[in-house]
Design a protein around this ligand. Sequence first.
Ligand SMILES: O=C(CO)COP(=O)(O)O
Length: 253
Amino acid sequence: MSSRQFFVGANWKLNPCSRDEKKKLIDMLNNANFDKNTEVVVAPPTLYAIAVADLLRKDVKVAAQNCYIKASGAFTGETSPTQLTEAGIPYVILGHSERRTLFHETSSLVAQKTRAAIDAGLSVILCVGETLQERESGATDNVVKEQLGEVVKLVSSEEDWSKIVVAYEPVWAIGTGKVATSAQAQETQKATRAYLASALSPKIAESTRIIYGGSVNDKNCRELATQPDVDGFLVGGASLTPGFVNIVNANAS
Ligand SMILES: O=C(CO)COP(=O)(O)O
């Protein structure tokens, strides 16, 4: 049994749209019985982050879904990591595959964002993962290494890595209902930890939480949670449903 604290993140993506839906989700979270040993983080759309943080129980933290590399300046439409810190938002998701694909974020930019976020005092949920084509061609571990390698160039101290949760999210499993098997998640997450050990240090590798994301639901979460290198989940669609409570409690005995 590892000493890493189980971590479950809710990535609401661009949901919900109405105030009513938002209130329902917050009520669901506030009334839930969560395992005390699990760290729970909710990432609403940035526009709602402050309001959600105000309304949410205080043992659940709030994350933004993205931020820029600069604190301020002429960068229309962006959110600065310093502004997030000032607003009392402790976490940010970076490198999500939707941002890499739809908004053309490179691994180098994601690494710069990670550096800037940590410098501003934020913790980072750093997403990595391969496409179906990359998995089928046997490139999974190399893709994850390349994505993490850019971050390792800019972020290498033990203190900085204590602020990072790595989210392994195979692109083919996101929003498709096609969850990775627990063996697939374990294999890639074990390889990811081995990479962190060789690129940084065994100590950093051992203490960094590596979570799984991609079609996690309240049916498949318990089996995934039994894997030694699965330290939690980043949940999309199912985080908008009452089943999210069971996912948070997937590691509870
Ligand atoms: O992208 C995800 C979490 O960041 C996963 O999304 P789904 O759980 O909807 O597959």
